[in-house]
Design a protein around this ligand. Structure first.
Ligand code: G3P
Length: 220
């Protein structure tokens, strides 16, 4: 399973990249706004910087703002030109599916976002989306089981031989990451804090403390 960070924060992206386990980045308009990035020129520049930080062959999702086919295609083409790492993120709406089908035809990679049902996942796969982003945490927020959707999509994609990668999004905790791995997600995208949470175990800390204390005793 690949690890993406879901952020537009350059420090977080650098920190994740330094761990050597980062496979890509996802962003969205809310995450860009959180970092105070606005205006087409600045947004494009920020995406380029993210691509340069993560390096070769790491996918960076950049989301379109338009909601009509023509606008999405024009915007997606501009985004794809920024850097070879860019994957155009398109919302799950009718015009979005039309745009994804078009991008598939012309060889631009896509991430179909705002997925909340298996039916939507089938549409995105039929359109040839490279990635599919079901929003796990937001489903959990409504008192439904987000991870059950990943399992359902995994079953459908495996049965049907769909090639779209399942990118579990709106992942909020280390436990979500482990559950997504078990459910068959190809990728998880989450805040850096969720990835760092995977390190934590009190027995690791106690064990290391003892190893070091014993070494000190024996070696002075
Ligand atoms: O990748 C989607 C993500 O940015 C949404 O996460 O935590 O706002 O539901 P969240």
């Amino acid at each position: 399973m690949q690890f993406f960070v879901d952020t537009a924060n350059l420090d977080h992206i650098r920190e994740a990249a330094e761990l050597g386990i980062l496979d890509g980045v996802t962003t969205n308009p809310s995450l860009m706004a959180k970092e105070g990035i606005s205006g087409e020129k600045n947004i494009m520049k920020h995406y380029r910087t993210i691509c340069e930080i993560v390096g070769k062959d790491k996918d960076v999702s950049a989301e379109v703002i338009s909601t009509d086919f023509k606008g999405m295609v024009a915007e997606g083409k501009k985004l794809a030109e920024i850097h070879e790492n860019i994957v155009v993120k398109v919302p799950m709406i009718r015009e979005g599916i039309k745009a994804i089908s078009h991008f598939t035809e012309i060889g631009i990679r896509t991430n179909c976002t705002l997925i909340f049902s298996a039916g939507q996942a089938i549409l995105a796969a039929k359109a040839g989306a490279t990635y599919l982003s079901p929003f796990i945490g937001r489903i959990d927020d409504t008192n439904w089981d987000g991870m059950a959707l990943i399992k359902e999509i995994f079953k459908i994609y495996t049965t049907q031989g769909y090639e779209t990668a399942i990118l579990a999004a709106s992942i909020r905790s280390p436990l979500h990451i482990v559950q997504a791995a078990k459910a068959g997600a190809d990728v998880v995208t989450c805040p850096l804090s969720a990835i760092l949470g995977l390190f934590n175990h009190p027995l690791t800390d106690i064990g290391l403390e003892k190893f070091l204390a014993d070494y000190k005793k024996a070696n002075g």
